[in-house]
Ligand binder design. Structure first.
Ligand code: 3PG
Ligand code: MG
Length: 420
């Protein structure tokens, strides 16, 4: 059943609690926290402008990082209030708490069309515990609830699950925001009945992260293209040598069953035919997490099935890139999640870039719908300046994967059903 939309709400003069995902990357510069990518803020502007136009009193709630119940100053949402104000071209008030007297006062003082951002809800452990009393306090300032935080909708936390339950229990409406609706449309309905050929491109480090998505998409996709380190687990499963490549040796069974399922369904399941490899040399230094820092020397194409013992696979090779690009060019629907290699290092970015260009080409020249499933593939596309050239980029990481797996997201489930 479809959920109530922010479009359907009558919110004039009413206090609306809007959960947003402002968990944006930040960096410390000269003692200040600076937002390095404001995409998640930008993507909520449409919902906020609609609520302003409808003369709602807007209360924004969000989390930042994982402060684990402490007031961690580097995880304050204060810089987000400044950024949002700049992007909206109007004031955004900020209160340095999310419950209590200060918040009640600030909420009561709101005039129609005004916006208040609350401090990080994860400064309280009760947020992640979905504590009923805490949710009740958060909900007490709101008459209506809107969830535009797709990226956090897989969490059954107070601000995503407890608050809408509380608002609904006193017959208040709980609706999806416009970003939430776009996410559910592209990652949901659009993929339920995709125009064919439907090509799925999966990369990233781990088979275990993607196996359920593979399982579900095998029902629909004609072609699945595999890249990233997860490809090496498949190669290991097929009895090839993978050298020092990142693998999950205990997941080869899963990999084999995915290959068998693809065969049984008549879906093409393609693995790289060549790789970019390099010698992994221990520098003797440790990173922040205490792990040895490796240096990759002598990057080269490896065009045979086995990777030499001393080497590590770090990207798909040129023959694979060309083969994948050719298939992507024919697609009418594309879902891409996960980079093809270690694209942060320019020596191992060619495969991811080739896929990114092919996806854009199919979108522009073949009328394909291209849907990018969030996380690193979005970063890679933006880095290549191609982010505007695909049909849709998800703002979710974990949430988009869980949704693609077919799971019910608690933040969505808690919203009011549309009346038939
Ligand atoms: C994200 O960045 O993936 C979301 O904001 C959820 O954050 P979390 O993984 O810390 O719950
Ligand atoms: Mg996450």
């Amino acid at each position: 059943m479809a959920k109530l939309s922010v479009n359907d709400l009558n919110v004039a003069q009413r206090r609306v609690f809007v959960r947003v995902d402002y968990n944006v990357p930040m960096e410390e510069r000269g003692g200040e926290m600076v937002i390095t990518d404001a995409t998640r803020i930008k993507e909520t502007l449409q919902t906020l402008r609609l609520l302003i136009e409808k003369q709602a009193k807007i209360i924004l709630a969000a989390h930042l990082g994982r402060p684990k119940g402490k007031r961690e100053p580097t995880m304050s949402l204060r810089p987000v209030a400044g950024k949002l104000s700049e992007m909206l071209g109007r004031p955004v008030a900020f209160v340095d708490d999310c419950i209590g007297e200060k918040v009640d006062k600030a909420a009561a003082a709101l005039k129609p069309g005004e916006i208040l951002l609350l401090e990080n809800v994860r400064y309280y452990n009760e947020e992640e515990a979905n504590d009923a009393a805490f949710a009740q306090k958060l909900a007490s300032i709101a008459e209506v609830y809107v969830n535009d935080a797709f990226g956090a909708a897989h969490r059954a936390h107070a601000s995503t699950e407890g608050v809408p339950r509380g608002v609904a229990s006193r017959a208040g409406q709980c609706a999806a925001g416009l970003l939430m609706e776009r996410e559910l449309k592209y990652l949901g309905h659009e993929l339920d009945n995709p125009a064919r050929p439907f090509v799925v491109i999966l990369g990233g480090a781990k088979v275990s992260d993607k196996i359920k998505v593979i399982d579900r998409l095998l029902e629909k996709a004609g072609v699945i293209l595999i890249g990233g380190a997860m490809a090496y687990t498949f190669q290991l499963a097929l009895g090839q040598k993978v050298g020092k490549s990142l693998v999950e040796p205990d997941k080869t069974g899963l990999a084999l069953s995915a290959l068998e399922k693809a065969k049984a369904r008549g879906a093409q399941f393609l693995l790289p035919v060549d790789n970019i490899i390099a010698d992994a040399v221990n520098t003797g230094k440790l990173n922040k997490k205490g792990k040895p820092i490796l240096e990759f020397r002598n990057p080269r194409v490896n065009a045979q099935p086995n990777i030499p013992d001393e080497a590590e696979g770090l990207d798909i090779g040129p023959a694979t890139s060309a083969r994948y690009a050719e298939i992507i060019h024919q697609a009418k629907t594309i879902l891409w999640n996960g980079p093809m290699g270690v694209f942060e290092d320019p020596r191992f970015a060619a495969g991811t870039l080739a896929v990114a260009r092919a996806v854009v080409h199919a979108t522009e020249k073949n009328g394909a719908k291209s849907i990018i499933g969030g996380g690193d593939s979005v970063t890679a596309l933006n880095q290549a300046g191609l982010g505007e050239k695909v049909t849709f980029m998800s703002t979710g990481g974990g949430a988009s994967l869980e949704f693609l797996e077919g799971k019910v997201l608690p933040g969505v489930a808690a919203l009011t059903e549309q009346s038939p």
